[in-house]
Design a protein around this ligand. Structure first.
Ligand code: FVH
Length: 299
């Protein structure tokens, strides 16, 4: 059976999807596509990762270029921009192909991938950011942010729906990456705090799982504050709420508690920023007052 896209059977073509990358997320994507009935062609650098999919009738090819040739649409899920660049290096003509890149990267990297695709006559590129771990992919609660032309997304809406809920976040190809990194910075901060907290309670012989039951509602109530802080930033309303002078004392106490227990301290950058704010006379401001300090030019 030829894996080339056929010109005379558009209905069969609509069922063909290619996938580059079979890491944890790639395999989850493959399973969602198979569940939705698509005819799948895959390529992965380590070919053995395709073995568990063979039983489902998946076509396995030996290069990324062959993978893209096999279907009108290709999804990419690789470790990095570099891996994406290397995989696309062997492709020559992308005319008539739609590429949906779901690889995490920076906004500038999204633009570079768009350029690579344009240089190969590709006209249909959208970039996506999957916002859930592989195990949760395909559920209605699984959100993927997509940026790039809405018209291209509209044509691929059915395929994307097999991954869960899709949110179009703008025509600018880089917007999904920008929002992805902003959201992941929340995760980074949360996990930094969570690792610190587990270090503190673990060293004091508190059961970590019991502590999680205490922590979860606390984190949820903190999440309710996010729109309020965002509103204050938007309105440049920095006075009101807990002042930075108080928050500095609380942060110092977290550090001191850790030191008393012999636990490493992770929260240094935030402490330094609050000290900078207080030195600049912003001690009476709330947490919202820190945001302008991140973007102010250094004097
Ligand atoms: N897993 C997660 O929790 C997150 C959820 C949110 C979205 N991310 C992003 O998804 C992309 C893929 O992540 P992944 O979980 O599949 O990652 P790995 O399991 O580490 O698989 C990496 C794949 O990339 C291939 N690869 C790496 N380097 C190269 C290269 N130079 N050339 C070609 N392919 C490369 C690797 O191939 P192999 O090691 O099996 O041969 C895997 O297919 C990612 O952007 C996340 O940020 C996941």
């Amino acid at each position: 059976m030829s894996l080339e896209t056929s010109d005379n059977n558009p209905e069969a073509d609509n069922q063909r999807v290619s996938l580059i990358g079979l890491g944890n997320m790639g395999v989850a994507i493959a399973n969602c596509l198979l569940k939705s009935g698509y005819i799948l062609t895959v390529w992965n650098r380590s070919i053995s990762k395709a073995d568990p999919l063979l039983i489902h009738g998946v076509n396995v090819v030996l290069s990324a270029a062959d993978c893209i040739k096999a279907s009108p649409i290709t999804l990419i899920s690789l470790l990095s921009f570099n891996a994406t660049q290397q995989s696309l290096a062997g492709t020559t003509d992308l005319f008539g192909k739609t590429i949906i890149n779901l690889t995490n990267g920076t906004p500038e990297q999204s633009r570079k991938v768009a350029k690579i695709i344009r240089e190969r006559n590709g006209q249909a590129y959208i970039h996506g950011a999957i916002m859930v771990p592989p195990l949760l992919l395909g559920l209605p609660s699984s959100v993927t942010l997509i940026s790039g032309p809405q018209s291209i997304l509209n044509k691929q809406a059915k395929i994307m729906a097999s991954l869960g809920t899709v949110k179009h976040v703008g025509e600018d190809i880089a917007m999904a990456s920008l929002l992805d990194n902003a959201l992941l910075s929340i995760m980074g901060g949360l996990f930094e705090g969570w690792v610190q907290a587990l270090g503190i309670v673990g060293k004091a012989n508190v059961n970590e799982v019991d502590f999680a039951n205490l922590a979860t509602p606390f984190v949820k109530s903190m999440a309710d504050w996010l729109p309020r802080i965002a509103g204050n930033v938007r309105e440049k309303q920095y006075i009101g709420g807990s002042p930075l002078t108080m928050q500095l004392e609380a942060l110092k106490n977290i550090s001191e508690t850790s030191r008393e227990l012999g636990v490493k301290v992770l929260l240094g950058n935030m402490t330094d920023l609050i000290i900078e704010a207080i030195e600049k006379g912003k001690g009476g401001e709330s947490i919202a007052g820190l945001v302008p300090l991140l973007v102010e030019p250094k004097k």
